[in-house]
Write a protein that binds this ligand. Structure first.
Ligand code: BYC
Length: 312
C-alpha cells in the first residue's frame, strides 16, 4: 500500500505531465473540495445568469431577437446541467448543491446581481459578460480535471455564439439613432466595471489562486485573465464607437497591454457578501422557480420508477 506522500507525489507528477485526473483516480481531499467549490459556483452562475436576461424575453424588440434570446437562455440552463453533472462525479449530489445555492450559502458570480434595465443590456451582457466568461472558460478547457475540461469545451462553443449575438445587438443600436447610441453607451457605463470584477479579487488578495495554479485547476491568474479581457475588448468598443468609462485606460507600449483604472473592490465585496442591487431578488426568484418545479421532478421520478419496475 502506498503512503500518502507517495500518492501526492504521483498525483502532482501526473498533473505536471498534463494528464487529466478522472473521477476514479486518487486525488487529495483539498483538490476535490476546490473543484466542488469552483464547479458548483460556476454551475450556479449559469443558472442564476438566466434571470437578468429572462426578464427581457417578453420585451425583445422583434420575433427574431426573441427567438435568439430564448435560445441563449436555454443554453445557459444546459451549461448549468453539464456543470452540476461534472461536480457530481466528485461525490456530491445535486440536491445538496442546489440546497446550498437556495439557502444563500453557495456563491455565484457577482455580475448577476446587477439589474438589466434596457434592451441594450442584453447586448452588453452578451458582449461583456459572455466575453469575460469565454476568456475565463477557454483557459478552463485545459483544466486538470477531465469532466470539467470536457464540459468546458462544449460550453465555450456556445458561449462564443452568445458573445457575438450580444455584440450584434449593440452594433445595431450604435448604427441607429442618437437615442439608441446613448442607450448602448449607458449600458457599457453600467456593465464595464462589474464585468472586470467577474475575474475575482486581484492576485495578491486571491485566497485560492496559488493552489489552483499548482494543481492546474486554473491555468491563468485572475489578473492575467482580466488583462486579456481588457486587451481584447477595447478595440471592439472602438468599432462600436462607444467609450469605455475609464479615464486611466490607455495603451502601454512597453507592456504591450492596456493600462486600466483601479476596480472598486469595496463594491465587489459588498456584492459578493449578498448586498448587491439584486442579490435578494435573484435568490427569491430561484427559490420560487425551484418550488414551482417540484411537480416536474416528482413526475420524472414517478416515470423513472415505473420504467425500472417494468425492466425488473
Ligand atoms: N463573484 O481566491 P479567489 C457565465 C469568490 S458566469 C462572486 O480568486 P477562485 C455566464 C471566490 O469564489 C461566469 N464570488 O477564488 C452565465 C472565493 O470565494 P470562496 C462564471 C467571487 O475560485 C450566464 C473568493 O471570492 N464563471 O459564464 O480561485 C450568462 C476568493 O476568490 C467572484 C465561473 O464561475 C465573483 N466574480 O477564483 C452569461 C468560472 N470572484 O469560494 C455568462 C469558473 C471570486 O472562498 N470559476 N469570488 O467562498 C473561476 O474561474 C474562479 O472560481 C474565479 C475565482 C476566477 C471566479
Amino acid at each position: 500500500m502506498k503512503d500518502q506522500e507517495q500518492l501526492l507525489k504521483e498525483f502532482q507528477e501526473k498533473i505536471d505531465r498534463e494528464e487529466k485526473i478522472e473521477p476514479k483516480d486518487w486525488m487529495p481531499e483539498e483538490y476535490r473540495k476546490t473543484l466542488i467549490r469552483q464547479i458548483s459556483q460556476h454551475a450556479h452562475s449559469e443558472v442564476v445568469g438566466m434571470l437578468p436576461e429572462g426578464n427581457w424575453i417578453t420585451r425583445a424588440p422583434n420575433l427574431r431577437r426573441k427567438a435568439i434570446l430564448l435560445a441563449k437562455i436555454q443554453d445557459e440552463a444546459g451549461h448549468g446541467l453539464y456543470l452540476y453533472s461534472a461536480a457530481e462525479t466528485l461525490g456530491i449530489d445535486r440536491d445538496t448543491l442546489i440546497d446550498e445555492l437556495l439557502s444563500g450559502k453557495a456563491k455565484y458570480s457577482s455580475i448577476f446581481n446587477y439589474p438589466a434595465l434596457t434592451w441594450a443590456d442584453m447586448g452588453a451582457i452578451g458582449w461583456l459578460v459572455d466575453g469575460a466568461a469565454i476568456v475565463n472558460q477557454v483557459a478552463l478547457c485545459r483544466t486538470s480535471y477531465g469532466p470539467y475540461a470536457r464540459a468546458m469545451v462544449r460550453i465555450c462553443k456556445e458561449e462564443s455564439f452568445h458573445q457575438r449575438q450580444g455584440y450584434e445587438i449593440l452594433l445595431a443600436l450604435c448604427r441607429g439613432n442618437a437615442a439608441q447610441k446613448k442607450m448602448a453607451q449607458d449600458s457599457l457605463n453600467r456593465w464595464w466595471w462589474p464585468s472586470l470584477m467577474m475575474f475575482g479579487p486581484s492576485d495578491k488578495n486571491s485566497a485560492h489562486t496559488a493552489h489552483s495554479m499548482n494543481w492546474k485547476i486554473k491555468r491563468f491568474t485572475n489578473d492575467e485573465l482580466r488583462q486579456k479581457f481588457v486587451d481584447m475588448t477595447v478595440p471592439q468598443a472602438n468599432v462600436l464607437g462607444i467609450k469605455i468609462p475609464d479615464d486611466k485606460l490607455q495603451w502601454n507600449e512597453q507592456r504591450g497591454h492596456y493600462d486600466f483604472g483601479e476596480i472598486n473592490w469595496e463594491e465587489f465585496n459588498h456584492v459578493v457578501k449578498g448586498n448587491g442591487p439584486c442579490n435578494r431578488q435573484r435568490l427569491d426568484d430561484r427559490r420560487k422557480a425551484h418550488e414551482e418545479g417540484q411537480w416536474v421532478r416528482d413526475a420524472a421520478m414517478a416515470y423513472a420508477e415505473k420504467r425500472s419496475n417494468k425492466i425488473a
